[in-house]
Design a protein. Structure first.
Length: 201
């Protein structure tokens, strides 16, 4: 019986994939000559198939504030910004502009579920942003007191909905003031560069 169900699902999935065509308005990374500049900036050669995340300290502070608002309950949302891919090598750079919290999500101390209300709140927040800032580049959620890692469910979410190498996951432990970015279908750790948005006087 299980084999028949699996076979039916495989046929259904195959027929969907062969008829599916990506829309022209889907966000894709912008090609740019990144590797030479990154190598000078990072003082090291960029690994092929790697992803580097750029995020300001201000954006991270805002996300931490959001995720501390309900104490020991997991919260989350989507990350918006821009993504770039090197013209010659598969190196991606993702710039995180802000985090949009999914209101009315169902959270416990060890799990988070986005509801239809959560997605409605995210979509309405997106509409208030300038058009060039409406690109969803990933998602984020908290692990209060649990540390920074992708659980099995987190990896399923990443693999199912954020599988491209420029799509990222941010995990924050607001109790320990730690965070980490992960990328692609395997949820590999991403190199992260935080920067200040204010220049010293």
């Amino acid at each position: 019986m299980e084999g028949e169900v699996a076979q039916d699902r495989e046929v259904e999935r195959t027929s969907l994939t062969t008829s599916w065509k990506e829309s022209d308005d889907v966000f894709r990374p912008t090609p740019a000559p990144l590797a030479p500049a990154l190598e000078v900036f990072l003082h090291t050669r960029c690994k092929a198939d790697s992803t580097i995340v750029l995020v300001s300290e201000t954006v991270m502070a805002e996300i931490f504030t959001q995720l501390k608002s309900k104490g020991g309950t997991e919260l989350g949302g989507v990350l918006v910004g821009n993504a770039f891919v090197d013209s010659d090598t598969p190196v991606h750079v993702v710039v995180v502009r802000r985090g949009l919290l999914g209101d009315n999500s169902e959270g416990t101390p060890v799990s988070l579920r986005f509801t239809s209300d959560s997605w409605q709140s995210i979509n309405s927040k997106l509409l208030y942003l300038p058009e060039q800032e409406r690109n969803i580049v990933g998602w984020y959620h908290s692990h209060p007191g649990l540390g920074v890692f992708l659980s099995a469910k987190d990896r399923f979410t990443q693999r199912s909905f954020f599988a491209n190498p420029w799509q990222i996951a941010l995990v924050v432990d607001p109790n320990r003031n730690t965070f980490g970015f992960f990328y692609g279908s395997e949820g590999l750790p991403a190199r992260t560069i935080t920067y200040t948005t204010e220049f010293p006087e």
